[in-house]
Design a protein around this ligand. Structure first.
Ligand SMILES: CC(C)(COP(=O)(O)OP(=O)(O)OC[C@H]1O[C@@H](n2cnc3c(N)ncnc32)[C@H](O)[C@@H]1OP(=O)(O)O)[C@@H](O)C(=O)NCCC(=O)NCCS
Length: 139
């Protein structure tokens, strides 16, 4: 949660939300540098509410420590996320991002994610829509 606040500020998840996710660290020179959080076999409906979806991996967060951003570590972590999903036999990855988060949306597109929709008012502080994305995985 401390790391999350450093990376996401007001968007950081609550303790309750973290308790429902599987979190993975990226260590660089033994320093916690990146964090991914997954919800296994979870998708979401058109309002962004979670739904049980066997074979779908929901990536809830992708964060790199601010002082280490912009050096390719985000790309490395995204490649690892996709490899992890494939090697655990997931059929697709889904995710939501702030509509204005051009960095992660561009990065996901580079990995073959496509946009599936927009969820009105998904985020608060500040209020913003979410862009939903999916990557279909070939097994
Ligand atoms: C988004 C994030 C994970 C990217 O990690 P990073 O280590 O900074 O990114 P990289 O150095 O690997 O850059 C990867 C690519 O992402 C894209 N990108 C990154 N930041 C960008 C920005 N601000 N605007 C546009 N594209 C951007 C670029 O395509 C870049 O490729 P390039 O090197 O060809 O320009 C990281 O910046 C981060 O943690 N941001 C805050 C948290 C967040 O918004 N997470 C995503 C929502 S869950």
């Amino acid at each position: 949660m401390i790391f999350d606040r450093k990376v996401f500020g007001a968007d950081a998840f609550s303790r309750e939300m973290w308790s429902e996710m599987d979190a993975w660290w990226m260590l660089v020179d033994a320093v916690k540098t990146g964090c991914s959080a997954f919800e296994p076999h979870v998708g979401f409906d058109r309002y962004g509410e979670p739904t049980r979806e066997p074979g779908t991996l929901y990536i809830a967060t992708t964060g790199i420590l601010p002082r280490r951003q912009g050096r390719g570590l985000g790309l490395l972590m995204k490649a690892w996320q996709v490899a992890w999903a494939r090697s655990h036999s997931y059929r697709r990855i889904v995710t939501n991002h702030r509509a204005g988060n051009r960095g992660i949306i561009a990065m996901n597109k580079a990995f073959g994610f496509r946009r599936t929709g927009r969820i009105k008012g998904y985020y608060s502080c500040p209020d913003e829509d979410a862009i939903s994305m999916i990557l279909e995985l070939k097994q």
